[in-house]
Design a protein around this ligand. Structure first.
Ligand SMILES: O=c1ccn([C@H]2C[C@H](O)[C@@H](COP(=O)(O)O)O2)c(=O)[nH]1
Ligand SMILES: [Zn+2]
Length: 162
């Protein structure tokens, strides 16, 4: 008996995980750059999601201003990668992959390495010429973590609430 084939245009794993990271980024209050991260284990299960946000309890009490010469967000904001790691509900991130909207900074690279994450799939590398991102790449490569730019096919996924 001939099998009825399943849909072919279903959302494939890697596009789904990056889409989850981008959806998480939509939760960010940062007026300039919204970042989301999604951690996936070796069984292809999501174990943590995060976005860049102010520390718990500090929301709306701290500035989102960008200018580093004055009081500014960089002093306070918890990066998406940190939040994704903290949001795992105790699941181990060892051996996991991280899908992230922006190539991780040097501080996030340290968390990724020490947590045992083995692969980073990133969308944007817009800060690659900055010292902290050069340092990040140096550390991640030195630690043997696979760095993979996300291969974009199609620029949008439509989610229809109706
Ligand atoms: O590894 C990273 C690096 C940065 N972020 C967050 C931190 C800030 O909220 C923005 C960057 O702001 P700019 O105004 O573009 O400098 O991105 C992150 O979550 N993870
Ligand atoms: Zn960071």
């Amino acid at each position: 008996m001939a099998l009825t084939p399943g849909r072919d245009d279903y959302l494939k794993d890697s596009k789904y995980f990056m889409a989850v990271a981008l959806l998480a980024a939509k939760r960010s209050k940062d007026p300039n750059t919204q970042v989301g991260a999604c951690i996936v284990n070796q069984e292809n299960k999501i174990v943590g999601i995060g976005h860049n946000q102010m520390p718990n309890g500090c929301d709306d009490k701290l500035t989102w201003a960008r200018d580093r010469t004055k009081d500014n967000k960089h002093l306070y904001v918890c990066h998406a990668e940190l939040n994704a790691i903290m949001n795992t509900n105790g699941a181990d991130v060892k051996g996991c992959s991280m899908y992230v909207a922006l190539f991780p900074c040097n501080e996030c690279a340290k968390l990724i390495i020490q947590g045992g994450i083995k692969e980073v799939i990133y969308l944007s590398d817009m800060y690659k010429d900055r010292d902290e991102f050069k340092a990040s790449r140096r550390m991640l490569e030195g630690a043997g973590i696979k760095l993979r730019p996300f291969e974009l096919e199609g620029t949008e996924i439509v989610i229809d609430f109706q």
